[in-house]
Design a protein around this ligand. Sequence first.
Ligand code: KG4
Ligand code: ZN
Length: 356
Amino acid sequence: MTATSSIAQRYTLLGIETSCDETAASVVRGHPDGTREILSNVVLSQLDAHRPYGGVVPEIAARAHVEQLDGIIAAAMAEAALDWSALDAVAATAGPGLIAGVMVGLVTGKAIAAARNLPLLAINHLEGHALSPRLSAEVAFPYLLLLVSGGHCQLLIVRGVGAYERLGTTLDDAIGEAFDKTAKMLDLPYPGGPSVEAAARTGNAGRFDLPRPMVGRDNCDFSFSGLKTAVLHTLGRLETVTDQDAADIAAAFQAAVCDVLADRTAKAIALFRAAHEDISPQLVIAGGVAANRAIAGALSDLCAETGVALTVPPLKLCTDNGAMIAWAGIERFALGLTDPLDVAPRARWPLAQSPN
Ligand code: KG4
Ligand code: ZN
């Protein structure tokens, strides 16, 4: 795998990710000639542990991280077939996320750094997502990033490492959360995103008319709570809810989300073009919701219409993983950045504030 790089020497980093319900560790190596190697990428999803509750339970997540992380790191090192002495630094997610889980990963990263006398990189999880496309493809700065996950829905201009301009964000629910809550209302299994997408495949999107919140607004913000309420009201008007009713509502919901994303992203493309007139825009999609085929299709159509290059990293790098944390660590380490061992975990940590 190659991409243009500013890395002066070969760096091998361990990356640790525990900010939500994935316990993940990975070893990534970056070479000065631009080659990147994912030597291991071990992700343990806690889906089964949270399924009975229909959502992520922070205490269960934290306990699972404590129980599993050592083994996951050992597996990542074994799969990379490396000794600890081969590492140049350790990178761990330091926020934002569920604080007890973040603490488990960060403390473990600190312990390894202290025991092996390695530098520590405390990574913002959102920076991990933001830089992840550069791990698998040739993506040069600046680019436009649409981050669509269970915790976030944001449009950003990524100008360089540490240089992020947030163009818009959600005013209420994250997009994945909206999928998950809609699935719950429709009695579809957890996790909701894939269930809604599957149900929508057999549904008629035109049967119910759902709102497109924020469409046409002169900014890049999102809102999904009105759409969620509209789903609830639509359900309330039905006497009984058949599988076909649920499929039709799922299809209508997904169609509304696609329209909203395409409209907001079109606005962001216009802003990017205004800020970087000489650069042909490139759109990158990251986050678990990027797995949705209808959404990817809508954004691909938009990019084709507007002459924008589209990059969707492989799904394993779109959802939460340790490789994106190791990679963000390499990008920062290559610039001479490291963090002290007393760096604090953060539940909230905006990657970039709005310019105003
Ligand atoms: O990025 P991610 O793995 O974890 C974080 O939230 O950081 O994203 C998980 C979210 C969940 O809300 C899940 O329902 C959603 O991504 N998701 C999907 C699909 N697959 C996963 N949403 C819509 N369509 C999908 N196919
Ligand atoms: Zn994430």
